[in-house]
Design a protein around this ligand. Structure first.
Ligand code: GCV
Length: 686
């Protein structure tokens, strides 16, 4: 009888691993306990804070929890003070963040001790590259949650509002407090009355969750929309146009955050079209926004052919302008000097602009990292970046410290991530891509967090299955050992695996075509800008491979501060992860492992493929712990990733072999795909 009961319970437990469409993200709030939450003040935001406590409380049943607005000078901005049953903050949003932190700690089993928790960055912003027709540039999770096509495209429905609210809640739960609603390649129509009305509706839903709304603007809007003859930033009529437009925006959205601008970049108009500088353009907009407390985020993603090395161009254009920007201008700089590659050294602008606020731009959407097919946890990449030492103000001048206000006096501090969110039921396409949205928020809140902590939190919140009864521990030893541990390990290795099978040892931009998905080290159509083609970056020839950016090459190294400059310049001290980024080396160059460069390249590609196969095994083994829907989805995607990794390896090694003229390294598996076939099929255009 007992045996039957145990069997029955086991079956029940297995069935209780329910199907999950992933829509709830990391906010699963199962089986809350009753709680008595009281607050000194009342407002829509504080009502949300109380509701969240009621929906997610895992502490002592019927506990009394007090939420209180106070004045404490050790709490900055939207920080808070927390104990097991008390949250105090100087602001309402601080209370909300305190509630989310308390609940997260309860739900993950993390210790809750009295602490003041302050954020690293004041502005923690998602940049949506959403077009007003509903498509998304580099979006891999369906259409836009904000914009749509068709005659009813501007009608705000209840369904829209529900989705925006879910979106706002997810962001607030990880501390994100800003959203740029449209693509940096902005349509001028964005600033038209009809679209601004929709922005107002979105802002109203986001506001109670502490999220400010921002817009990307097209620099030539005064001519394109306003019918002016020019968009010259020094022209009085242009200045007036922007002042009027800004006033109109604040009339609709009083807490509007400001503008994001891609100017004089990739064909977008900018101040240089009128013989003006980036500072002239940015300052003109900054002046329009200043009376309302708005900011301008001006992107440094520029690479007009002012130098033979694209990696140098942003620094060459922006560094001389240091000190010329208004204090409400923030220069938004991509983490690397080229473009969100699987691995880049940091952009030398970080730490070098000492009199200008600089904010990192990270890419959450995996444009160059397998899009929504590959499992790649980006937290380790961002951690590597934030911890990189610029040496600009002595050792320890990490990017984190150079950008969060610890080193340079600056009015604002900010960080942005290009969102990976779309209308897909699970928001991000790949169930594990949600972890990148989560990781961005957590690192923006606390830029000292480690990726293993973030992975641990995310897995617990996302895959936790309700205990069968209240007396069972929230996470069993079995679950921790056989699910949490292997899955976390897989996530932590996943970015390095992608680097290995795509572009190890400092290789970059080896993509086929402009889709940026599959391999194409050969890809160089006639007439194409050279710096959009892989051969420009790898420079393979019979003598060797790699981009010489040393003092005797393009001299990009000189943009870094000593002692880093000399370290990168010298092939003996340059970290091998950046070797071919900075050096052109012979195929039989001796690596630290004792292998030749050619053999080492082969070993990395081979290892990348093996790592993904290992991930497949890990995932297969955790099946009993995951609902079927997400299990199958991830299993299928890993299968594709594994095939893709093999293709990357076969394509790159066979292509480079034409130059190295060396045999396939003997200790790695030989190619299984034919190079000519791969070129013909072109995975890039998947
Ligand atoms: C929004 C890369 C991407 C473009 C993107 C651009 C940018 O070039 O491929 O799609 O455009 O970066 O960041 O502005």
């Amino acid at each position: 009888m007992i045996k039957i009961l145990i069997t029955y319970l086991f079956i029940f437990a297995t069935l209780s691993v329910r199907a999950e469409d992933g829509h709830k993200l990391w906010l699963r709030n199962s089986n809350p306990k009753p709680v008595n939450a009281v607050c000194t003040n009342s407002s829509p935001m504080l009502t949300i804070a109380i509701q969240e406590l009621q929906q997610g409380w895992q502490g002592e049943a019927n506990a009394l929890v007090s939420l209180k607005i106070i004045h404490n000078k050790d709490i900055f901005r939207d920080g808070f003070k927390m104990t097991k049953n008390k949250i105090q903050a100087n602001t309402e949003v601080g209370i909300l963040y305190g509630v989310y932190e308390l609940l997260r700690r309860q739900q993950t089993g993390e210790e809750i001790k009295e602490a003041i928790v302050n954020s690293s960055y004041e502005r923690r912003i998602l940049n949506h590259w959403d077009n007003i027709d509903g498509s998304i540039e580099r979006g891999y999770a369906g259409l836009s949650i904000f914009w749509k096509k068709g005659k009813d495209s501007l009608v705000v429905t209840e369904k829209d509002k529900v989705l925006w609210k879910e979106y706002a809640r997810a962001n607030a739960s990880i501390g994100i407090n800003g959203a740029v609603l449209n693509n940096v390649n902005a349509s001028p129509l964005m600033l038209s009355k009809a679209y601004l009305e929709r922005v107002k509706s979105i802002a109203e839903v986001l506001r109670p969750y502490g999220i400010k709304t921002y817009l990307s603007v097209k620099f030539s809007s005064p001519s394109l929309m306003g019918g002016l003859k020019t968009s010259d930033p020094l022209s009085p009529e242009v200045i007036k146009w922007w002042n009027d437009k800004t006033r109109e925006i604040y009339g609709l959205i009083p807490d509007f955050g400001g503008f994001l601008v891609k100017a004089s970049s990739e064909g977008q108009p900018g101040p240089q079209d009128y013989g003006r500088t980036h500072a002239d353009g940015a300052n003109m907009l900054a002046d329009a926004l200043q009376p309302y407390g708005g900011i301008v985020m001006w992107r440094a993603f520029v690479y007009s052919a002012t130098d033979k090395d694209r990696a140098k161009q942003a620094f060459l254009e922006f560094k001389p302008l240091d000190g010329q920007f208004r204090d409400n201008v923030i220069i938004q700089v991509k983490n690397g000097p080229v473009d969100f590659q699987p691995r880049e050294p940091f952009s030398p602008l970080f730490g070098a602009m000492k009199k200008t606020t600089v904010m990192p731009e990270l890419q959450i959407t995996q444009e160059y990292l397998g899009q929504s097919t590959h499992l790649v946890f980006l937290s380790t990449m961002w951690e590597e970046f934030l911890k990189s030492d610029t040496y600009q103000e002595g050792a320890g001048s990490t990017i984190a410290r150079c950008t969060d206000g610890s080193i340079f006096p600056q009015k604002y501090s900010a960080i942005a991530g290009v969102a990976n969110i779309g209308l897909d039921m699970n928001w991000c396409g790949h169930p594990f891509a949600q972890s990148n949205w989560y990781a961005f928020g957590r690192l923006a809140w606390n830029n000292q967090l480690t990726s293993d902590q973030i992975a641990d939190e995310w897995i617990k919140l996302t895959f936790h299955q309700s205990a069968l009864n209240a007396n069972q521990p929230r996470f069993s030893e079995d679950w921790k050992m056989n699910f949490l541990k292997p899955v976390s390990k897989m996530m932590l290795q996943s970015r390095e695996a992608a680097v290995n099978y795509m572009m190890p040892l400092g290789f970059h931009h080896l993509f086929s075509a402009t889709e940026h998905y599959g391999p194409g080290p050969w890809w160089a159509p006639k007439g194409m800008r050279k710096d959009w083609t892989p051969p420009y970056y790898h420079k393979a020839d019979s003598a060797g491979v790699g981009f010489d950016r040393t003092k005797t090459g393009s001299n990009a190294v000189s943009q870094y501060h000593e002692p880093l400059l000399s370290q990168l310049n010298d092939v003996r001290t340059c970290p091998e992860i950046y070797l071919l980024w900075f050096h052109h080396l012979p195929w039989d160059y001796k690596m630290k492992s004792g292998k030749t460069l050619w053999d080492e390249i082969g070993a990395h590609y081979d290892n990348g493929v093996k790592q993904v196969r290992e991930f497949q095994k890990v995932w297969d083994k955790v099946q009993p712990y995951v609902d079927n829907e997400r299990f199958v989805q991830v299993q299928e995607k890993l299968h594709q990733q594994s095939e893709n990794a093999q293709i990357w390896k076969d394509a790159c090694l066979q292509y480079f072999q034409k130059f190295s003229r060396k045999p396939f390294p003997i200790d790695i598996q030989g190619p299984v795909n034919d190079l000519d076939e791969l070129i013909k099929e072109d995975l890039g255009k998947h």
